[in-house]
Design a protein around this ligand. Structure first.
Ligand code: PGA
Length: 251
């Protein structure tokens, strides 16, 4: 069974509309016709529509960095799934560690958002991962298990296969301290076994698991070479089109 590799660029709180259009144009020029890898860019909300126009006619897909779980109404500052869909969004990052750390994201809100994204026919990218102190105290698997069981509570196998998981050790995000390919593979294999326990082996085999945390052109090939590493969620290196290309098409 072979899972398609998925590389997603998480631009975080970077790029004005003009800068986003320029970066998206660069990404399309570098990797716009790649077919064997699913390529996604996740600009800030304010750039989604403009970037969607740049991506038209290319193979690059549009993602958002979050969504609110209510459909509409008095939720100042929030953005709904139908708003994202109307911008051409196909993927939504959920439960990113920065959302958990700074904006009160919990396993419960990730679960609500996962349901909303699936109901709209879009693909959730569910982020999980341990803090440095959690790795050091040997609870990495426990932390990931709690986050995944929480995010997938009540979600059927038929829906689970429509999701992507991103394993992002928090100590590796934006720090330049990448997990070794072995460290990544260990956790990815654990997550796949967990999914087999929660659902069944065929379901677990179908779910793509990305690695995220200081993935760069010079370490992507080794990480992506591991059997359970099916892609990458890329922060810093997604902000420069040539670097992003170096991960989508590792030399
Ligand atoms: P990084 O970010 O590649 O800059 O470490 C990854 C992420 O937060 O998704």
């Amino acid at each position: 069974m072979s899972r398609k590799v998925i590389i997603a660029g998480n631009w975080k709180m970077n790029k004005t509309v003009e800068e986003s259009v320029a970066l998206a144009q660069g990404v399309v020029a570098e990797v716009g016709s790649v077919q064997d890898v699913t390529v996604v860019v996740c600009p800030p909300y304010t750039s989604l529509y403009a970037v969607s126009q740049v991506l038209k006619g290319s193979n690059v897909k549009l993602g958002a960095q979050d969504v609110y779980f209510e459909a509409s109404g008095a939720y100042t500052g929030k953005v709904s799934i139908s708003m994202l869909k109307s911008c051409g969004v196909e993927f939504v990052i959920l439960g990113h560690s920065e959302q958990r750390q700074f904006f009160g994201e919990t396993d419960e809100t990730v679960n609500k958002k996962t349901n909303v994204v699936l109901a709209a026919g879009l693909t959730p990218i569910v982020c999980v991962g341990e803090l440095l102190e959690e790795r050091e105290s040997g609870v990495t698997e426990k932390v990931c298990e709690t986050q995944i069981r929480g995010a997938y509570a009540g979600i059927s196998a038929a829906d689970a296969v429509k999701t992507v998981i991103a394993y992002e050790p928090v100590w590796a995000i934006g720090t330049g301290k990448v997990a070794s390919p072995e460290q990544a593979e260990d956790v990815h294999a654990f997550i796949r076994k967990l999914l087999a326990d929660m659902y069944d082996a065929p379901t677990a085999e179908m779910i793509q698991i990305q690695y995220g945390g200081s993935m760069k052109p010079d370490n992507a090939k080794e990480l992506l070479g591991k059997p359970n590493v099916d892609g990458g969620l890329i922060g810093g290196a997604s902000l420069v089109a040539e670097q992003f290309k170096g991960i989508v098409i590792p030399a």
